[in-house]
Design a protein around this ligand. Structure first.
Ligand code: RFL
Ligand code: PHB
Length: 393
C-alpha cells in the first residue's frame, strides 16, 4: 500500500473541493483531492450557471477568475413573467449597484482543474472505494484503490466535498446528525441548445402550464428549463415538444423571440431542499452539496458551496497560522447561518413560481398573491434582489 501525507485531504473534485484546494494552496497549506470519476466526466457535468459577486471574488482570490472576467456575462437584473405580463427586477438599482455573472459551472470546474494541474497540485481522478477513517482522532486517514492498487492518505483534516450522494456525510454517525428535508412534487427538464437568448436577462416564468426558466450560457447557447413531473423520462420529450412547451409558457409578446436550435443536452433534475446539521464531526468537515441541497430556482447551489469554502478555508488557515481551534469550532454554525437564509430564499422562489399539483386552492391563491405583492412593491423587489445577488459572507 502506498502512503502519502498531506495537511488537508479533500474528497470530491466538484467546485467545492477544487476551490478549497486552490485557496489553501495560496495560503501555503497542502492538500490532496481524491475524485471517484474521470476528468472528462467531471468537466462535462452540466449544472448551475449564475455566480454571485462573492463567488466571483473567491475565484479571483484562487487565481482562476481571468476567463470568467472575459467570458462571463454581467446580468444587472432578471425578468419575472406571470402568464402574459413580464416584469423587470433591476438588481443594480435595488441593491446599490450589485449584479450577478452568468458563467457555467462547467467552465468554473475546467478553470479550477486547469489551475490545479498547472501548479503541480495533487488531484487524483478515478479513485475507487474512497473511505474516511479515524475522524475522531487527530490523525484522520483516507484510503482508496486505483488501478487495482491500495493507497492511503494521512491528513490533519478531511474536507467532505463529495456532493449529495457522496460518502463523507455517511461517515458521521447518524445519531449525531439532524437532517431537514423537503422533496418537491416536480422537477426541471433542462436543455442546452444552439440558439440565441430570448431576452437580455433571464426570464423566470410562472404559468398555468407550469414554471419555465429561460437562461443562457453565451450569445449563441441557451439553457432553458421547464417544470415537469420528477419521474419524467427526458427521452419522452422530443426537441419539438420542448420548444413548443417553452414557447407556450412565455408571455405572448415574447413568443416570437424564442428562437429554436439544435438541442445538445437534455436532462431532468429532481427538486429538493436538504440540510444536514452539523457540518463537522471531529476532523471531518462537510462543504457544498455534501451537506445541503437547494432547489435551483434561486440559483444558490454553487454559490453556497463557495461560501462554505470561504468559511472552511478561513478556519483551516487560521488554525495553521495561530494554532487556534476557534475557526474550526465555529465553522458549522457560521456556514449554516448563511445556508438557512439561502434555503429560505430558494424555497420561497420555488413556491411562488411553480404549480403545485398537491396543494389546495387556498395555498395556490396565497402563492399567487405573494408574487403579485413582490412585483407591485419596491420593498418586496429589494428583498428578492438582495437575496438573488447574494447575502454577504
Ligand atoms: P458536486 O459538484 O456534486 O461535486 C462532488 C464531487 O464529488 C465526487 N464524488 C466522490 N469522489 C470520491 N469518492 C466518492 N465516494 C465520491 N462521491 C462523489 C463527485 O464525482 C463530484 O465530482 O458538489 P459541490 O462541489 O458541493 O458543488 C455543488 C454544486 O455542484 C451544486 O450545488 C449545483 O450544481 C446544484 N445544481 C444547480 N445549482 C444551481 O445553482 N443551478 C442549477 O441549475 C443547478 N443544476 C445542480 C443542477 C445539481 C445537480 N445535481 C447534484 C444532481 C443540476 C444537477 C443535475
Ligand atoms: C442556469 O442557467 O442553469 C440557471 C440559472 C438560474 C437558475 C437556475 C439555473 O435559477
Amino acid at each position: 500500500m502506498s502512503v502519502t501525507h498531506t495537511q488537508v485531504g479533500i474528497v470530491g473534485s466538484g467546485p467545492a473541493g477544487l476551490l478549497l484546494a486552490q485557496l489553501l494552496d495560496k495560503a501555503g497549506v497542502s492538500s490532496i483531492i481524491l475524485e471517484r470519476k474521470d476528468r472528462a466526466y467531471v468537466e462535462g457535468r452540466i449544472r448551475a450557471g449564475v455566480l454571485e459577486q462573492g463567488t466571483v471574488d473567491l475565484l479571483n482570490e484562487a487565481g482562476v477568475g481571468e476567463r470568467c472576467a472575459r467570458e462571463g456575462m454581467v446580468h444587472k437584473g432578471c425578468y419575472i413573467s406571470i402568464e402574459d405580463e413580464r416584469f423587470e427586477i433591476n438588481f443594480e438599482e435595488l441593491t446599490g449597484g450589485k449584479h450577478v455573472v452568468v458563467y457555467g459551472q462547467t467552465e468554473v470546474t475546467k478553470d479550477l482543474i486547469n489551475a490545479r494541474l498547472a501548479s503541480g497540485g495533487d488531484l487524483r481522478f478515478d479513485c475507487d472505494n474512497v473511505a474516511i477513517h479515524d475522524i475522531e482522532t487527530d490523525k484522520p486517514r483516507l484510503t482508496y484503490q486505483k488501478d487495482g492498487a491500495a493507497h492511503e492518505v494521512q491528513c490533519d483534516f478531511i474536507a467532505g466535498c463529495d456532493g449529495f450522494h457522496g460518502i463523507a456525510r455517511q461517515t458521521i454517525p447518524a445519531d449525531l446528525l439532524k437532517i431537514y428535508e423537503r422533496v418537491y412534487p416536480f422537477g426541471w427538464l433542462g436543455i442546452l441548445a444552439e440558439a440565441p437568448p430570448v431576452a437580455d436577462e433571464l426570464i423566470y416564468a410562472r404559468h398555468t402550464r407550469g414554471f419555465a426558466l429561460y437562461s443562457m450560457r453565451s450569445t449563441k447557447v441557451v439553457r432553458h428549463y421547464i417544470q415537469c413531473l420528477p419521474d419524467t423520462d427526458p427521452d419522452d420529450w422530443s426537441d419539438d415538444r420542448i420548444w413548443d412547451e417553452l414557447r407556450l409558457r412565455l408571455p405572448q409578446a415574447d413568443q416570437d423571440k424564442l428562437v429554436t436550435g439544435r438541442v445538445f443536452e437534455k436532462s431532468v433534475t429532481p427538486m429538493r431542499s436538504f440540510v444536514c446539521e452539523k457540518m463537522r464531526h471531529g476532523r471531518l468537515f462537510l462543504a457544498g452539496d455534501a451537506a445541503h441541497i437547494v432547489p435551483p430556482t434561486g440559483a444558490k447551489g454553487l454559490n453556497l458551496a463557495a461560501s462554505d469554502i470561504y468559511y472552511l478555508r478561513n478556519a483551516i488557515v487560521s488554525y495553521y497560522k495561530t494554532k487556534s481551534q476557534d475557526g474550526l469550532d465555529t465553522y458549522s454554525d457560521k456556514a449554516l447561518a448563511r445556508i438557512w437564509k439561502a434555503q429560505r430564499f430558494s424555497w420561497w422562489m420555488t413556491s411562488m413560481l411553480h404549480n403545485f399539483s398537491t396543494s389546495d386552492d387556498f395555498d395556490a391563491r396565497v402563492r399567487g398573491a405573494e408574487l403579485a405583492y413582490i412585483l407591485s412593491s419596491r420593498a418586496g423587489q429589494t428583498s428578492l434582489a438582495e437575496n438573488y445577488v447574494g447575502l454577504p459572507f
